[in-house]
Write a protein that binds this ligand. Structure first.
Ligand code: GSH
Length: 258
């Protein structure tokens, strides 16, 4: 069976997981604590980051490659995530790349900036993919790694402000697109929408996305425990057309993992 190696709360891993669930190809997720994921990736000579998909002899180590591979291998009755013609496909890939480069790093930077000082809250919003012991381990790991994470992702107040500005620019552009059509590209759900919703996760935290592991618990809104400054940001981003679109996508287009 295919295996998806993840840090369960990573938004790039959620992007790959969503595509796999959408394609209806069976797979097993192997979730790691941050740092320990290197035993599955770097120690096997497969780069440093997750998601990584092992599918037979194939090892795919980038979420965009995983989406394209999974799309080629999807069940016959599942519509493509890349549209029906070449022009749509190119546009989907262009938007997906742009979101990977601009939105993904900025949402991660902002969430870590506010949550690395509040590990208990971080574990509450990011710990869903682990069992009780895993959550305990996540708290300990994040406490010991937080200096390294700040350094590795260059997290400073200035860079957080720049990240916020970047998110604002991306949302302004996606808001404009969504005022003209129900999806980012025309009338169909594509990899561009999936990428937008998955990579906005750290700054939207819709209950529907956080509780994808247990869809019964959607009544509790994870932002209640956030530090006030971050909560205000999340609340205002949720109200934008892009924020609303992401929630709709999670409600209507996010098949649960089987
Ligand atoms: N371009 C990569 C980015 C993946 C990425 O940044 N993954 C992060 C988690 S969000 C990671 O594995 N970080 C751990 C590390 O760098 O050691 C993709 O799209 O898959």
């Amino acid at each position: 069976m295919w295996q998806l190696f993840t840090i369960p709360f990573s938004h790039y891993c959620e992007k790959a997981r969503w595509a796999l669930d959408y394609s209806r190809r069976p797979y097993q997720e192997r979730g790691y604590l941050p740092g320990l994921h290197l035993t599955a990736t770097a120690l096997r000579g497969r780069g440093k980051t997750v998601p990584m998909l092992k599918a037979g002899a194939e090892h795919l180590t980038d979420s965009s490659d995983i989406l394209q591979f999974v799309d080629r291998e999807r069940n016959v009755d599942v519509p493509s995530l890349f549209g029906r013609d070449e022009a749509t496909r190119s546009e989907v890939i262009r938007l997906e790349d742009w979101l990977d480069e601009s939105l993904g790093p900025s949402t991660r930077l902002l969430a870590y900036h506010y949550l690395l000082d509040s590990i208990e809250t971080l574990v509450q919003v990011a710990g869903q993919g682990y069992g009780p012991l895993g959550r305990l381990g996540l708290g300990m790991t994040m406490r010991s790694l937080r200096g390294g994470i700040r350094k590795g992702y260059h997290i400073t107040p200035d860079r957080a402000a720049q990240g916020m500005e970047r998110i604002g620019k991306v949302f302004a552009e996606t808001d404009a697109r969504l005022s003209a059509s129900p999806f980012l590209i025309g009338n169909s759900f594509t990899a561009a929408d999936l990428t937008l919703a998955a990579l906005s996760g750290p700054v939207l935290m819709w209950p529907e996305s956080i509780h994808r592991f247990d869809r019964r618990i959607v009544s509790h809104d994870p932002i209640e425990g956030l530090p006030d400054a971050f909560k205000t940001i999340v609340q205002s981003l949720r109200k934008t057309p892009t924020g609303q679109h992401a929630q709709r996508l999670y409600r209507d287009w996010r098949r649960a993992s089987s």
